[in-house]
Each structure stands twice: as structure tokens, then as C-alpha cells.
Design a protein. Structure first.
Length: 79
């Protein structure tokens, strides 16, 4: 009888610790998502996100204009 209980415990304990670890991982993922949402709300409320997007668009436009100038200058040289 005791041997059977020992076998059951040997099988059940690792599974229970696995379930506990999975639950902790889910709690961490949920907390991370909450912090991400709060950070996004902060950025939007303080216009930081809009400024970052505007900076990124400006940067991309500068890069694209340099690329166009390079292509045009190469096309002129090839003629």
C-alpha cells in the first residue's frame, strides 16, 4: 500500500511543479502586457509617441531623398 502511494506521489509531484511553473509564466506574461499597455498610454498621453513617430517619418524621408539623389546621380553618370 505504501509503495503504491510512493509511486503515485513520484508521478504527481513533478507534474504539479510543472503546472506551478506554467502558472507563474502566465502571470509574468500578463504583467508584462499590462506594463506595455501602461507605457503606451503614458506615451500617448504625453505626446511622446507622436513625437517619436514624427521623428521616424522625418528620418525615413531624409534617407529616401538621399537614395533618390544617389540613383539620379548614377543614372546621369551612366549616360
Amino acid at each position: 500500500m505504501i509503495a503504491i502511494l510512493g509511486i503515485i506521489a513520484a508521478v504527481a509531484v513533478p507534474r504539479l511543479t510543472g503546472f506551478k511553473r506554467m502558472a507563474e509564466e502566465r502571470v509574468c506574461a500578463s504583467n508584462r502586457k499590462s506594463v506595455e499597455r501602461m507605457y503606451l498610454v503614458f506615451l500617448v498621453e504625453n505626446d511622446v509617441l507622436i513625437m517619436r513617430i514624427a521623428y521616424l517619418i522625418n528620418f525615413l524621408l531624409k534617407i529616401s531623398m538621399r537614395y533618390v539623389q544617389l540613383v539620379v546621380s548614377l543614372a546621369i553618370k551612366m549616360e
